[in-house]
Design a protein around this ligand. Structure first.
Ligand SMILES: Cc1ncc(COP(=O)(O)O)c(C=O)c1O
Length: 354
């Protein structure tokens, strides 16, 4: 798309909220920075993005987002290193995935320059909000919603692209207990599972609540057809370590192409861990747990990076994972976080300076 970027219009907030924030006790996604980026699609084109004070979005009750859920989003983070430089991790991959999601939801493609330059300008302006403490970062949420009006069930003629940011503290998931799902599905072949479509997550809430009611933290999604293959862990990709081999399922219509997942595969290969990208069955995991060869199981995603699973439940039985002193999960997590925060060399070229 041939779009030229002029200077981004910036309307600065009159006051800052930063002094009201307790940066030592941040809960995830509850505090927002002073500014946001907005960009409107009207008359068949995306207009130049603007940065404005963080504020509500006013929509007509007939806006299609409310009725047909035509919306997509991304999740990424900005990091500050010890010298106060600001970094993003593989941001172009988030941009590309946003457009892949948009295409599936019949949302017009966003120009790369609006995303990348808009994001960088917003982060420059709100850079004081990026926490520096170990494990802390600024969570960045780009999203697009159908703002066009009308009850007709068809794609909207107007959209809003917005980037909002939220400082977040170190993420400790604790000992996660998950339940392998036997009835509900997150995604189906030909569906929207590979897209970060808002409705995908709404559809997860009810089965997840049922699992929480039974004492679990999260659901492990299985394939919609047979429920025999393991696909994702909540809103994360999933990895298993059986003996010395790290295994994760291949991406598909039903499995999101996670940026953390593909980074883990590259780092594990670089560390010399044997890696297999292949389908994995519930049966194989249960048997590996019974014979002691299942050593690790973890979720992988931007928010937690790696979230180790302590126990999984399947057909009324709970299976505990061993506690390891030197887990693959901890090695991989440290290496990714050290790359993200400019502590070590980035031989993969993933870090982008803001
Ligand atoms: C369904 C789903 N799977 C996996 C992931 C992990 O993706 P990433 O590593 O890009 O955050 C996410 C989060 O974005 C997700 O929503």
């Amino acid at each position: 798309m041939n779009v030229v970027m002029t200077d981004i219009e910036i309307i600065k907030a009159q006051t800052t909220k930063i002094h009201d924030v307790d940066f030592e006790h941040l809960s995830f996604g509850k505090t927002f920075t002073d500014h946001m980026l907005t960009c409107d699609f009207k008359d068949g084109k995306w207009e130049a993005p603007k940065i404005v004070p963080y504020q509500p979005i006013v929509l007509d009750p007939s806006a299609k987002i409310f009725h047909y859920g035509q919306s997509v989003f991304e999740g990424m983070k900005a990091y500050k290193d010890v010298d106060d430089n600001v970094w993003l991790f593989r941001p172009l991959d988030n941009f590309k995935r946003l457009n892949i999601s948009s295409k599936r939801l019949a949302i017009p493609e966003l120009p790369e320059i609006f995303f990348m330059e808009g994001l960088k300008a917003l982060l420059q302006l709100d850079r004081d909000w990026i926490p520096k403490k170990d494990g802390s970062s600024l969570y960045v949420r780009p999203f697009i919603l159908a703002s066009g009006n009308g009850f007709h069930a068809s794609p909207a003629d107007e959209y809003k692209f917005v980037i909002a940011c939220s400082p977040s503290g170190a993420y400790f998931s604790g000992k996660v207990k998950v339940l392998i799902e036997e009835k509900y599905s997150r995604a189906a072949n030909g569906g929207v599972g590979y897209a970060k479509a808002g409705g995908n997550y709404a559809g997860q809430f009810y089965p997840t609540q049922l699992a929480v009611d039974k004492g679990y933290d999260q659901v492990i999604w299985t394939d919609d057809n047979t429920h025999e293959y393991i696909e994702e862990a909540g809103a994360m990709n999933i990895f298993f370590r059986i003996n010395d081999t790290l295994i994760t399922g291949p991406t598909s219509d039903r499995i999101l192409d996670g940026i953390t997942r593909k980074s883990i595969i590259d780092i594990a290969n670089d560390e010399g861990f044997p890696v297999e990208v292949r389908k994995i069955t519930v049966k194989e995991v249960v048997e590996a747990s019974k014979n002691g060869s299942l050593l690790e199981m973890f979720g992988a995603g931007t928010a937690a990076v790696i979230s180790p699973i302590a126990t999984f439940g399947y057909k009324d039985t709970d299976y505990d994972l061993p506690e390891l002193d030197h887990s693959y999960g901890s090695v991989l997590k440290k290496r990714i976080m050290d790359i993200q925060t400019n502590k070590i060399e980035d031989k993969f070229g993933w870090r982008v300076k803001v």
